[in-house]
Design a protein around this ligand. Structure first.
Ligand code: MSP
Length: 513
């Protein structure tokens, strides 16, 4: 049986449409999922909607809807976006689902029975946008949230608490024993420093609101939204209390943005320890995209952050590629339409698209749409093959660290080499000289051999374009299904080369102004 691999994205607040940030996490998670599937894993990707947020109430009221009706309307908007971005099969957990409610109640009952829950009064500050409790000493300036810097509200209500403080030593030990637990190191160190400052018990219920899952032991309380939300990963894994088999728990990776590390690296693992369950193997914290100042193509286009608008311009592969290539996972990036279009034009249209298009053109002219067989005495064939092997190795190393910026960089080393090779060798001239025929045939053979590898390596990032080019170079089958070793392996032409349209037509920046 195939080894399981479980990856999650945060479950998103659905009070607004998906944007650059949520699309980024989802696309990177999908790239990882596709890469792991290609490697033969049985992959589950969980995403979803975090519906019991108190901030769902106001926008719903404005539309004359209940929060649930409002979420019913927004969930398809998210699913539509993920379809547009070519996200491969995923499990979508709505926190209003019956199955999720059961997970939350069963989980809570277990930690309640362990004696880790007690009743008290919560008095402190609450940030509605972040759905976070803060003590007065943690606030910034005029009682502002230290995370988003927006005003907080003072609240006082009956509440249940989780004995988070009890798990400080266990968490410290877990961090020590598992150096990979939180990546990158900056995020890990930040968590460790905060952890060493000490933990306070966590308020895990609200009695001032009706919108949420009711605590089974006391129906006057609803669960604090983060407790409810984090458990979506468990629901999405297929884990069922009482019949604990055939599920994907624990996650191999929780992929998250750096705004929510504390909940994932400290609070949730402590809750899981209390329930005697394993936390995720790794919490990978990615950086944030900031809107670039200036450098925007036009006023109207400059502010486009709706992913479905962006893909009208660069197709879903253009956006996926931008996210993968522009910044290493874990650091912040600057987003602008200019950066996106330039990335597309330089890397995809000029380098990759052009390489394929002109090689295909030449193959039709010189060899009638067939790739010549190779026997080379100049050593070039071997040189290209060696380079290809080095690139594969480097891509695999970087992909294992989820550094798709470095892995695409390695692939572009090969793309650049092949472009230069064709420029320098000028096959259209060599073909006029019968004594150089063997050399040119070998070059084309090795170039197609590299093409096959390039497409197999880029498949997780640009799945539709890789598949289209795969077929254009005379190969059959779906890259989604072909085992990795076979996909990166030697090129054997299966059908006539197909000319096809350029995979990445250049975007004329002037036409966007
Ligand atoms: N509902 C909670 C998560 C619960 S998970 C158990 C939440 N939702 S959210 O809709 O606000 O999404 C937050 C996530 O969106 C971030 O962690 C990050 O993954 C992504 N991003 C939101 N804005 C972002 C950027 N500007 N840049 C990159 N990603 C960011 O928090």
């Amino acid at each position: 049986m195939a080894k399981k691999f479980y990856i999650t994205t945060p479950i998103y607040y659905v009070n607004a449409r998906p944007h650059i940030g949520t699309s980024y996490t989802t696309i990177i998670a999908d790239i990882i999922a596709r890469y792991k599937r290609q490697q033969g894993y049985d992959v589950r990707l969980t995403t979803g909607s975090d519906e019991h947020s108190q901030k769902m109430i106001a926008p719903a009221e404005k539309e004359g809807l209940t929060p649930l009706e409002f979420c019913d309307r927004m969930v398809p908007v998210f699913k539509e976006a993920w379809k547009g971005l070519n996200i491969s099969p995923y499990t979508f957990v709505r926190t209003s689902d019956q199955a999720h409610e059961e997970t939350v109640k069963s989980f809570f009952t277990r930690i309640f029975e362990r004696g880790d829950i007690y009743k008290g009064i919560y008095e402190g500050y609450y940030c509605l946008p972040c759905e976070t409790f803060w003590s007065e000493s943690q606030l910034k300036g005029e009682k502002l949230c230290p995370s988003c810097e927006r005003p907080t509200q003072l609240v006082k209500e009956d509440a249940y608490f989780f004995r988070l403080s009890k798990y400080q030593d266990r968490l410290l030990k877990h961090f020590e024993d598992n150096p990979q637990f939180v990546e990158p190191e900056t995020a890990r160190n930040e968590m460790l420093n905060r952890l060493k400052e000490g933990l306070r018990d966590l308020c895990i219920s609200r009695s001032s609101s009706q919108w949420g899952i009711r605590i089974p032991q006391d129906e006057n309380h609803i669960f604090y939204v983060w407790v409810d939300a984090l458990l979506a990963y468990l629901t999405g894994s297929g884990y069922k209390f009482g019949q604990e088999s055939d599920h994907y728990w624990p996650p191999d990776v929780n992929l998250i943005g750096r705004d929510i590390t504390w909940f994932h690296a400290i609070i949730f693992p402590a809750m899981l320890f209390s329930a005697d369950m394993e936390p995720a193997h790794q919490i990978f914290v990615h950086g944030f995209w900031n809107q670039g100042e200036g450098g925007k193509i036009s006023k109207s286009k400059g502010n486009v952050v709706d992913p479905l608008e962006l893909i009208k311009l660069v197709k879903n592969d253009g956006l996926r590629f931008f996210f993968a290539r522009e910044i290493p996972l874990g650091v912040d990036g600057t987003y602008s339409i200019d950066a996106l279009v330039n990335r597309y034009n330089f890397d995809l249209a000029n380098d990759l698209g052009n390489l394929f298009h002109r090689t295909q053109n030449l193959s039709h002219k010189l060899f009638g749409g067939k790739v010549p067989s190779a026997s080379d005495s100049t050593g070039l064939f071997e040189e290209i093959r060696d380079l290809k092997a080095a690139v594969i190795k480097s891509v695999e190393e970087q992909n294992e660290r989820f550094n798709f910026s470095a892995s695409t960089n390695a692939v572009w080393g090969l793309v650049g080499y092949l472009n230069r090779l064709i420029d320098e060798k000028r096959p259209w001239e060599l073909s006029q000289k019968p004594e150089r025929r063997e050399e040119i045939e070998a070059i084309f053979n090795a170039v197609y051999d590299s093409f096959k590898t390039i497409l197999a390596l880029l498949y997780p990032i640009i799945p539709s374009s890789a598949q289209m080019l795969w077929e254009n170079i005379g190969l059959k089958g779906s890259l989604e299904e072909i085992p990795y070793r076979q996909a990166i392996g030697d090129y054997v032409q299966e059908s006539q080369l197909r000319m096809g349209d350029p995979a990445f037509p250049r975007i004329d920046v002037k036409s966007l102004l």
